[in-house]
Write a protein that binds this ligand. Structure first.
Ligand code: UD1
Length: 373
């Protein structure tokens, strides 16, 4: 498509997996104000496809139906990435965007940035520059490759700028804008305040327990290894005698618990994956969150809730240096000791990181308006 000066630029925005949806929602909402010279189309790769992992998020986050759905589904990393490569290339040839926006670090992020770069379509990476230093994490490979071929880098925390500069990216292409996921968080917290609590299926659990903890686990390094998963679940089971725990279980984790024959005591309450609003309504009032999620480390920091990260590293160090996060590894004794310290009132306090103020999407779109004109 010809793009004469002043014409509306065409943006193709990519989402594929659950942690992408809360990042594209604020961009689409901001674009919906109609004040930017952009025509945006949304692509859903279908990397996540179960209703509980995808459609309910579109509803809760008020994301419009995607313009294109690639329906790639699950598979090995190579299979999934390959399917996205082939199908997204066809969409790019058809849609002819002036810019592709990818968010986060999932396989869809990687695949779509490669396609766009090879078609000489500029790529903007939202949540650029994060590094765990751990290349056994599939997301770390996705981050490194995506940033290697992106043109514009939108960064959530200072460490991201440092990594990109160290990797030789031009400073004028790096924009420290804050965090679209936190834009979404604040928007949704306001929505919860207007929602009757009985609307949530976990209302009874919250009403029954004034103090409780929330657990999520899905990293392959934690849930694909029987000994590691059994050790973590053992620690959680013990902790649940002192603090009721609720644990919405990711499909990968659910199938591994079954496959390994790991039993979970009733007091550690398992649920299906929860819709965004319902999950937020739970963790925003928790005494502690125990997780291996990236996004949850940041959301708990933004809301001032103590978070124990069950990993050996984090690509989001601001949540530790300024926020409420502690990276505690997966040794059962350590998990228990840190959780008990929080229950005894020695939890970490923190402050909200710079620019995590709900305005990141507007900063990104203003920047794109300037650089694309
Ligand atoms: C993916 C992302 C990860 C992100 C996570 C959030 C990559 C490399 N990984 O990992 O960064 O933190 O999503 O959930 O992109 N499954 C279903 N229904 C679904 C989706 C998956 O049942 O809608 C099952 C399938 O059996 C699949 C397994 O869950 O094999 C794992 O899903 P997959 O998308 O491969 O990786 P995630 O662990 O979800």
């Amino acid at each position: 498509m010809s793009t004469s000066p002043g014409a509306r630029k065409r943006l193709l925005i990519v989402a594929g997996a659950r942690p992408n949806f809360m990042k594209v929602a604020p961009l689409l909402r901001e674009l919906g104000r109609g004040t930017y010279p952009f025509e945006a189309h949304l692509v859903h790769t279908g990397q996540h496809y179960d209703r509980a992992m995808s459609a309910v998020f579109f509803e809760d986050l008020e994301i419009p139906a995607p313009d294109y759905h690639l329906e790639v589904g699950s598979g090995s990393h190579a299979e999934q990435t390959a399917k996205i490569l082939v199908r997204f290339e066809a969409i790019c040839r058809q849609d002819r965007p002036d810019l592709v926006i990818v968010v986060g670090d999932v396989n869809s992020t990687l695949a779509c940035s490669i396609v766009a770069a090879k078609l000489n379509i500029p790529v903007a990476h939202v949540e650029a520059g994060l590094r765990s230093g751990d290349r056994t994490m599939p997301e770390e490979i996705n981050r490194i490759v995506t940033d290697a071929i992106s043109d514009y880098f939108f960064v959530t925390e200072a460490s991201g700028v440092d990594h990109l500069v160290a990797e030789g990216k031009p400073k004028e292409r790096i924009f420290f804008v804050g965090h679209v996921m936190i834009d979404n968080l604040f928007h949704q917290v306001e929505k919860i305040a207007r929602t009757p609590p009985e609307r949530f299926g976990t209302h009874a659990f919250k009403a029954r327990h004034r103090d409780y903890g929330v657990v999520t686990l899905h990293r392959p390094s934690n849930v694909d290894d029987r000994a590691v998963l059994a050790g973590i679940v053992g620690a959680l089971a013990e902790l649940s005698e002192e603090l009721p725990l609720i644990f919405p279980v990711h499909p990968r984790t659910r199938s591994n618990l079954e496959r390994f024959g790991i039993t979970v005591p009733d007091r550690l309450q398992l649920t299906q994956p929860l819709p965004y609003l319902e999950f937020l309504n739970l963790f925003k009032d928790a005494r502690v969150v125990l997780t291996d999620s990236g996004g949850l480390q940041e959301e708990t920091t933004a809301l001032g809730i103590p978070c124990l990260t069950l990993r050996d590293n984090t690509e989001r160090p601001i949540t530790v240096t300024e926020g409420t996060n502690q990276v505690v590894g997966v040794t059962p004794e350590r998990i228990l000791a840190e959780a008990r310290a929080i229950l005894a009132g020695h939890g970490k306090t923190g402050r909200r990181p710079p620019l995590w103020d709900g305005q990141a999407a507007a900063r990104i779109l203003h920047t794109l308006q300037r650089v694309l004109s």
